[in-house]
Unconditional design. Structure first.
Lengths: 323, 375
């Protein structure tokens, strides 16, 4: 049992950032704008919020600091994603190109600014932003006493796990139970019809991209905090992985939850299988575990491509003049 | 509106470019070599990482700037725009056009570029760290009279770190490597043999889990791997591969917090990494700065040791385990000095042939150590 709890706790470390970022991607794509800039937005979100943690280290309690950092990451994400929104919605540019530009810009910008600020504050010209991880909660009071679930979710956990779950619930409600959600989905499927019905398509698309920016920014922070002791201007391709989760999850919140759990669990397994005796005895190389999520993604795409749930207008610039 | 927006954006870009230009003129980085007549006698071409990678580039740059500042010599570093022999060679040429007399190339990736450059520029001197110049297919090794290749005996540094860890009372060790390149393999092999030697002296048995993560980056994967080792009882993990070590430190911090005591420890690599985390007990170090400094000094003194490989080992104090900021419980500086001189005097022989990267099959003489190799 100990081992299973450990495995679940490790899974959460992989799963929560993927979940948050993929949900962000979902809002953008369901409004009709493809957003593969998630990687770059993650870098920017992590960059500003980790800098905030670095500069305010020791002045407040861990969880308050982390919540403020989450806010900063989301604001950064929104601001950065506006570049994509301007290119995609106002200028009707190719969305892949503008997103790629942001992906290339973000790490370079982070390195450049980090050096300047590190130079001013610490008088050393380095690009790594160091932080002390004071956010791990050994156990959550009361809740950790719940049998099974308490051990899985409320020990050695981060507050970000619950933020992720909260985002999931809110996303489902917003997407399916609100007027805004309906309009958002309409714009992703048939923006011209939505326009005829009096919906301001551009505004909705702006909102979609900005929500994706906020969530991807948070995802970047959530990704970095448990994995390292410094931020080195990279999120190791997890933004792109989130796009795979989004597709595997068929652009729907509940499937995205399952997809991110599946990806996270396989990732955790591929790294810790050596300490699980019966799996180690099977003598399967870790590379096999690492491949499984991707093979599964391809298979799902093959079998669902006929009736794929991809938003129809996703990636096509909305043009009023076109009918 | 659209026009206004685009012109504002364009203006911002231009302004930011101007701002960068002014900024860099004041720093070491300096402006492009072609746009100025200024020349730089000492040049460093960076490896894949950046100048502040806390490893090869940074160590070499420290040695170079130390000499340059002491003697008032102009110096500059160049960062290749991309990886690969051609890009590296072009960057070396750029440095030479910029007036370089000595070009320092940190890292084995420079073996081919230096092989090409030493022939084309016989008047320029090259210091190559961690490699020997050869052709792309490894068929011809040739070191020109203007080239000083420097190799480090990583296995000795690893040996000292592993020995110290076991002498300090640990018996369950881990090795989290980067890519399975020769330097990393030698570190790992030395580490295991050092642990074995100490275990033999203490009459205990020890276990080593061993893995190459395949990258030099801090990833959730590396963190998760280290966390799973700590969770199954591993006490010390040697994080050997750039930022991979940071993932090990993160995992160790988590374990210590969970247990409420200092049970998970990390050994750093290349430079003394004690400041990066409270969990770092020591580091297996190479004296990168010293070797570059020595090489440049010899060049200016007219006795540049070109044409043959210089090896930095315990014999000339070129490698070691960091003791100044060590966080051992019982292992003392005196004990370290004993094993260090024993190693110098040849009491221990270390197997360091890297043709087989799997220590479970390559190291046959282990008596008290069981190695679990994880693919």
């Amino acid at each position: 049992m100990e081992l299973l709890y450990f495995l679940i706790q490790q899974t959460l470390l992989f799963m929560i950032p993927l979940l948050i970022v993929a949900l962000g991607g979902m809002f953008s794509e369901r409004s009709g704008v493809v957003n593969i800039a998630l990687e770059g937005i993650m870098v920017m979100g992590a960059f500003t919020s980790i800098f905030f943690i670095n500069l305010t280290q020791g002045t407040m309690s861990g969880n308050i600091q982390l919540i403020l950092a989450i806010l900063i990451a989301s604001v950064t994400g929104i601001v950065f994603s506006l570049f994509h929104a301007i290119a995609a919605v106002n200028l009707k540019a190719d969305q892949t190109i503008s997103a790629t530009a942001l992906n290339m810009f973000a790490p370079a910008f982070a390195v450049f600014i980090a050096r300047i600020i590190n130079g001013i504050v610490y008088n050393k010209n380095v690009q790594q932003i160091e932080f002390i991880n004071t956010f791990r909660m050994t156990e959550v009071p009361i809740l950790s006493k719940i049998p099974v679930l308490g051990d899985m979710l409320f020990r050695n956990a981060y507050i970000t796990t619950y933020v992720g779950i909260l985002i999931l619930i809110l996303s489902s409600i917003v997407l399916y139970k609100t007027k805004f959600g309906l309009r958002l989905r309409a714009c992703g499927e048939n923006p011209h019809a939505a326009n005829t019905a009096g919906i301001k398509v551009e505004r909705i698309q702006y909102a979609g991209v900005m929500i994706s920016g906020a969530l991807a920014g948070i995802g970047g922070l959530v990704f970095v905090v448990p994995t390292s002791t410094n931020f080195n201007a990279t999120v190791s391709g997890y933004g792109f992985l989130a796009v795979a989760v989004l597709i595997f999850g068929q652009w729907k919140p509940k499937y995205i939850l399952l997809a991110s759990f599946f990806f996270g669990f396989m990732k955790a397994l591929s790294n810790s299988y050596a300490s699980i005796p019966f799996l180690f005895a099977l003598n399967i190389q870790s590379n096999i575990y690492k491949m499984i999520p991707y093979i599964a993604t391809v298979l799902v795409l093959i079998f669902t491509s006929k009736k794929s749930a991809a938003p129809r207008a996703s990636g096509i610039p909305f043009d009023r003049m076109q009918r | 509106m659209k026009k206004l927006l685009s012109s504002v954006l364009a203006l911002m870009m231009i302004l930011s470019l101007v701002a960068c230009g002014q900024k860099s003129a004041n720093t070491d980085v300096a402006v492009d070599a072609q746009s100025t007549k200024e020349t730089f006698e000492l040049a460093l071409v960076t490896d894949l990482g950046t100048i502040d990678d806390k490893s090869f580039n940074q160590g070499a740059w420290e040695g170079l700037t130390k000499y340059a500042n002491e003697h008032g010599i102009s110096h500059k570093y160049y960062q290749p725009q991309e990886a690969g022999t051609n890009a590296y060679f072009e960057t070396i040429e750029l440095a030479i056009e910029g007036g370089a007399k000595v070009v320092v190339c940190p890292g084995f990736l420079f073996e081919e570029p230096v092989y090409l450059a030493q022939e084309k520029y016989p008047d320029i001197h090259f210091i190559l760290l961690d490699g020997e110049p050869h052709t792309a297919d490894y068929s011809t090794y040739k070191t020109g009279a203007n080239t000083m290749p420097i190799l480090y005996q990583e296995d000795e540094a690893g040996f000292l770190a592993g020995y110290a860890a076991v002498k300090d009372g640990n018996t369950k060790l881990g090795f989290l490597g980067g890519m399975s390149v020769p330097a990393v393999i030698r570190f790992g092999f030395g580490y295991i043999q050092g642990a074995d030697a100490a275990a033999k002296e203490l009459g205990v048995n020890c276990d080593v889990v061993y893995n190459y993560t395949g990258a030099f980056a801090a990833t959730p994967e590396a963190q998760s791997l280290a966390a799973s080792w700590y969770n199954s009882g591993t006490q010390v993990v040697f994080g050997c591969g750039g930022a991979v070590g940071n993932s090990a430190m993160s995992a160790a911090e988590g374990k210590n917090q969970q247990e409420g005591k200092f049970v998970a420890k990390v050994i750093g690599v290349d430079v003394d990494q004690y400041s990066e985390s409270e969990t770092v007990i020591t580091s297996a170090i190479k004296q990168l700065a010293t070797s570059v400094y020595d090489g440049i000094t010899m060049y200016y003194n007219g006795n540049f040791p070109g044409g043959k490989t210089s090896t930095f080992s315990v014999k000339n104090d070129g490698v070691g385990a960091a003791m100044d900021n060590a966080r051992f419980e019982t292992f003392t500086k005196a004990e370290y000095d004993v094993v260090y001189s024993d190693l110098k005097n040849g009491k221990y022989t270390i197997f360091n042939d890297v043709t087989d990267y799997n220590p479970a099959t390559a190291l046959k003489d282990l008596t008290n150590t069981k190695v679990t190799f994880i693919e």
